[in-house]
Write a protein that binds this ligand. Structure first.
Ligand code: ZN
Length: 178
């Protein structure tokens, strides 16, 4: 599949699957805004050379948060895209705290491209903690989230200095906004 077709197909598929989802923050942005931001971050970090990774960024929450099965991503896209999405998908059968602990423990073991994707995801989430935090989160809850993101991020370093700089900026912004 041609790269432009792949990426626009991923965008359309993700927009449809997440059409009823909003971000947790007070601005209640459409969820697809987050997917677009993560996709742009990985595209910039890889200088537009990894179309499968950009498609995976658009699709990164489809297995975890929508009715999408991995096999469907293989059929509609390709096995590399499906594998990348799986690599950044939490096991939702586990309790929330276990999933959070596993993200910290597993981060250093991820493939280079999955690390890029996760780092972009965390960067986007930290930016939104600064710009539009969830209304029901108190300072302690936000601090907890920032500390956890920082731990996950530490395990994702060493793959892309530009993206790591964006992550560090987002971390600092989130801290400042407390
Ligand atoms: Zn995400």
């Amino acid at each position: 599949m041609n790269d432009t077709v792949l990426i626009t197909r991923a965008l359309h598929f993700a927009a449809e699957r997440h059409s009823n989802h909003r971000r947790k923050g007070q601005a209640q942005e459409p969820y697809v805004n987050h997917l677009a931001e993560v996709a742009e971050l990985v595209a910039s970090a890889t200088e537009g050379k990894d179309a499968n990774l950009v498609a995976a960024a658009l699709l990164h929450d489809t297995i975890e948060d929508t009715v999408t099965m991995p096999e469907e991503l293989v059929t509609k896209f390709n096995s590399d895209v499906a594998k990348l999405v799986r690599e950044v998908t939490d096991d939702k059968s586990l309790p929330k705290q276990d999933r959070k602990d596993l993200q910290v423990a597993n981060a250093p073991e991820k493939s280079t491209r999955a690390k890029l994707l996760k780092l972009a995801d965390k960067t986007s989430n930290l930016r939104s903690i600064a710009s539009s935090p969830p209304e029901n989160w108190n300072t302690e809850r936000k601090q907890e989230y920032i500390d956890w993101s920082s731990k996950v991020g530490a395990g994702l370093k060493g793959v892309n200095p530009w993206l790591e700089a964006r992550f560090c900026e987002a971390l600092a912004q989130a801290e400042q906004a407390l």
